[in-house]
Write a protein that binds this ligand. Structure first.
Ligand code: TMP
Length: 234
């Protein structure tokens, strides 16, 4: 598959057309941003790590009954994916309090939740992806009720599968963000699943193995991404 014209460049990835109108190439960059791109940097080989990790996790999720946009890995930094009409929603699922939830509710990070917390966010860089509810989504016609139900069902399945998968690798899945899109009448999981979009804490030590090392200037950022690759590939 050859890269065609550039269709879109985001903060961490670039999408290229291919000769097949239903397929696009997702290229993973080393660029990192945080706090709505107010903080910018690069994480050496992040693109290679996130491509490898996402490919492995999409394969896993397909076997768990979650349809994804993933087709195959093409190179170190490229994956072939199905073209999606992206639904402008970001789904967050939280198992342990951290980040935005800690801030919003004045809670200490690390509280283990009695059940997973599901959140809808409106996908808008300009607004910093605000929290919204299903009434907002319905009123603004962002997605149908049937689509929301399907997204919720798939997201819960992702959480269940990834929690088990990472727990076997001595990692707690604290929280994560998912994006979905429409492809030939079906809802597919899109984007990426990586230390950019998940919080991973090493069991026992609670060492952070994700982008919080970059957001919070904790150091050893590259090593954290490499460690997730090592455990995911193992
Ligand atoms: P939050 O606690 O900042 O709301 O983040 C929840 C999860 O979503 C966390 O695993 C990181 C991920 N995330 C993204 O993938 N993109 C974003 O823009 C933000 C803010 C968080």
């Amino acid at each position: 598959m050859q890269r065609g014209e550039k269709l879109y460049e985001g903060k961490a990835k670039i999408l290229y057309a291919t000769e097949d109108p239903q397929l696009v190439i997702q290229f993973f960059k080393d660029d990192a941003t945080a706090f709505n791109a107010q903080k910018r940097g690069t994480i050496t080989d992040k693109g290679v790590c996130n491509n490898t990790i996402s490919a492995r996790l999409f394969e896993l999720l397909e076997t768990e009954g979650v349809p994804t946009h993933f087709v195959r890995q093409l190179s170190e930094r490229e994956m072939l994916v199905k073209r999606l009409e992206i639904i402008p929603l970001e789904v967050t699922i939280r198992n342990i309090v951290a980040g935005g939830m800690a801030k919003m509710l004045g809670l200490e990070e690390g509280i283990v939740l009695s059940q997973p917390v599901f959140e809808w966010h409106y996908k808008s860089d300009a607004l910093a992806d605000p929290l919204i509810n299903e009434d907002h989504i319905a009123a603004l016609k962002l997605a149908s009720e049937a689509e929301l139900e399907e997204i919720r069902r798939l997201s819960q399945r992702v959480n269940a599968a990834l929690r088990v998968y990472f727990s076997k690798r001595q990692i707690d899945l604290v929280d994560f963000k998912l994006e979905f899109g429409r492809h030939q009448g079906q809802i597919l999981l899109g984007d990426e699943i990586s230390p950019d979009t998940c919080r991973f804490w090493e069991q026992g030590t609670r060492r952070k193995l994700d982008k919080d090392r970059f957001r919070r200037d904790l150091g050893d950022v590259e090593a954290a991404y490499q460690e997730i690759v090592r455990r995911v590939v193992a």
